[in-house]
Design a protein around this ligand. Structure first.
Ligand code: PEP
Length: 248
């Protein structure tokens, strides 16, 4: 399995910031891991053109489940594929929280991504209150069961475990806590999906930095990272990629 570092730029970046993407392209002429950058939708086409034939691949941050229609402000999976992007994040906790996205909706978005040939990066994660109440594995299990299409395979789907309380806070779970959830996700996927999903990549996300990446990547069943803030600059993102390359 090729490991993966994905960067989520969120609502950051104008055309001038594509210089950071260019720097990432130049820093990784032949990377030993897969790299995906998810810029805002306004930059998808230009980013995909800039990276054509090179790493990184380009992904979107969300999609509507329908292919087209009266959905003002939304973009669909076929539109994302048309830009040259190859992946899309679905179910990020910021969307689950702000827009009350349900597991059913995320399932539909992931299915739409698959139908357009996009890799669906499906995010799951518990809140601090859920962790404190001892509900972490129950919550993750419910989110996985509800949002992962039956047709998920290791080539069309990536799972990102992102504890909500670790996103953008500088806090991360202990390595044992990360390992416990990643082992649980691996067992869950193995039990529920076909053998084509056996080596589906499971990313950790939440305050991954150059300073903590190596220890997180050493945890079994951590196949890479989904990175927010530290993906905005090549200076922070490249050491994270190098830390993952150094794991094999
Ligand atoms: C994210 O939003 O997916 C994320 C992991 O953010 P950060 O790395 O900034 O915590």
């Amino acid at each position: 399995m090729r490991k993966l570092v994905a960067g989520n730029w969120k609502m950051n970046g104008t055309r001038a910031d594509l210089s950071e993407l260019q720097a990432i392209v130049q820093a990784h002429p032949a990377p030993g891991v897969d790299i995906v950058i998810c810029p805002p939708a306004t930059l998808l086409f230009q980013a995909a053109q800039m990276t054509a034939g090179h790493a990184p691949d380009i992904g979107a941050q969300d999609c509507h489940p329908a292919a087209s229609g009266a959905h003002t402000g939304d973009i669909s999976a076929p539109m994302i594929a048309d830009t040259g992007a190859t992946a899309v994040i679905v179910g990020h906790s910021e969307r689950r929280e702000t827009y009350n996205e349900t597991n059913d909706l995320i399932h539909a978005k992931a299915s739409a991504a698959h139908a357009s040939g996009l890799i669906a990066i499906i995010c799951v994660g518990e809140t601090l209150a859920e962790r404190d109440a001892g509900q972490t594995l129950q919550v993750i299990g419910d989110q996985l069961a509800g949002s992962t299409p039956d047709g998920a395979t290791s080539t069309n789907t990536v799972i990102a475990y992102e504890p909500v309380w670790a996103i953008g806070t500088g806090k991360i779970p202990t390595l044992d806590q990360i390992g416990e959830v990643h082992d649980f996700i691996r067992e869950f996927l193995t039990a529920r999906l076909e053998s084509a999903a056996l080596d589906l990549r499971i990313l950790y996300g939440g305050s991954v930095k150059p300073t903590n990446a190596a220890e997180i990547f050493a945890v079994p069943n951590v196949d890479g990272a989904l990175v927010g803030g530290a993906s905005l600059s090549n200076a922070d993102f490249t050491p994270i990629i190098k830390a993952l390359e150094a794991t094999f």
